[in-house]
Design a protein around this ligand. Sequence first.
Ligand SMILES: [Zn+2]
Length: 298
Amino acid sequence: MGTLTPIADLAKAAFRVTVQPALFVRKRAARYAMAGVDAAALPVCRVDAQSGRPTCNGECGYTESLSRRHLAEYRRADGSHRGKPWLGTACVIALTEQTSFESYARRVIQRTSNASRRLSRKAARAGYVTGFFHPPYVVGQMAAILSSKRFRSGGLVPYGLLDIGRRAPDHGHVGGYRPQPPCPLHWTLHWGVFATRDADGRPLPHAQWTLAGFVKLRRIGSLVHALQIMTHGDHLPAGAHDLMHLELVRWLMENPDGLAGGVTHFLYGALEHAGDGLAHWKLRRGFTPMLVELPPPS
Ligand SMILES: [Zn+2]
């Protein structure tokens, strides 16, 4: 994503090591109170890595190792996080505890005093649509989203300092794009929300759709976890972020592509991460603080 991306990654890593531990410790009790949970009785997100299944191939082990590295940043059901205050508490939607997407959405509407429905409907009326996309075709648009705000609820966004000026034009979105990962149990995919109309409200061809936000997702067996969730600052007031989230949860629960079968949990970051605004956003959308249980690789 440009020559400065390694520097931005380094800045993020340095923040995690030096500043994050103290921030997490300071915030934890307040965030647990905000969520209304008892630290001694958190529910458990049991992850079945589903390694070595018949659909697995050479890439699955690598994908699983990346997921394990990510999940090592969260507090564990076996208590192995004790003495490591910098580890966060996973925010998780227990998908299989919802009776249907509609019942999940109804609860979100109640918790957000209708804001979630109002925003997502506003975005849909304005022509925003959601779906998977092919990242190499929209590299410039992804960089524009990452750099659209230098400060977000999580503090400094190092990607906001990237130079996005010198790059070949994007190929653009492909209509009807459906990802086909080699193994349905272990994959990395990008879900996006697109603006599909021009300034006068006329529909644009697929290749001219603008990526307004995206979620980078990874699946390790029964768990899908988000690695990045970002919407371009210009598209936030239009409700694109809420539409993107709700339609992603619908996809996870209804499994129209056969790639979400057997997914029981959706994890998005730590409760202690970022400002109160993001923590409220997650809690109102049904993310619950949980301890992660992940058996070691066999
Ligand atoms: Zn696999």
